[in-house]
Design a protein around this ligand. Structure first.
Ligand SMILES: [Zn+2]
Length: 102
């Protein structure tokens, strides 16, 4: 697992900002702690929010299956299902920044 610490410089006041994304109803953004300038990150559609909930549920279920030693086939099916959901989720996310580094 990669620990990512994202730091940006505020356009407005040149303050170094540690990015801690916030979310309000699918709208993700962060704010400069000094001048309060708002930086949009992305927008998740209502459908996307629904899918995200489903992914959470499926993942919890997946780990339950893992700990209960279910056959590989069952786990694989679950993995595929989660992958599909993730793809669907991505389609419902609109980036709002053009300098996003991924
Ligand atoms: Zn600022």
């Amino acid at each position: 697992m990669v620990k990512k610490k994202i730091e940006v410089i505020c356009d407005n006041c040149e303050q170094k900002i540690k990015v801690k994304p916030k979310e309000i109803k699918g709208y993700m953004f962060f704010k400069c702690p000094k001048c309060k300038k708002e930086y949009p990150i992305c927008k998740i559609s209502p459908e996307g929010l629904r899918i995200r909930k489903e992914i959470k549920k499926e993942r919890a279920e997946y780990y339950k299956l893992v700990t209960q030693n279910f056959p590989t086939k069952v786990l694989k099916d679950k993995e595929d299902q989660i992958k599909k959901l993730l793809q669907e989720f991505q389609k419902n996310v609109t980036p709002l920044t053009d300098n996003a580094e991924t």
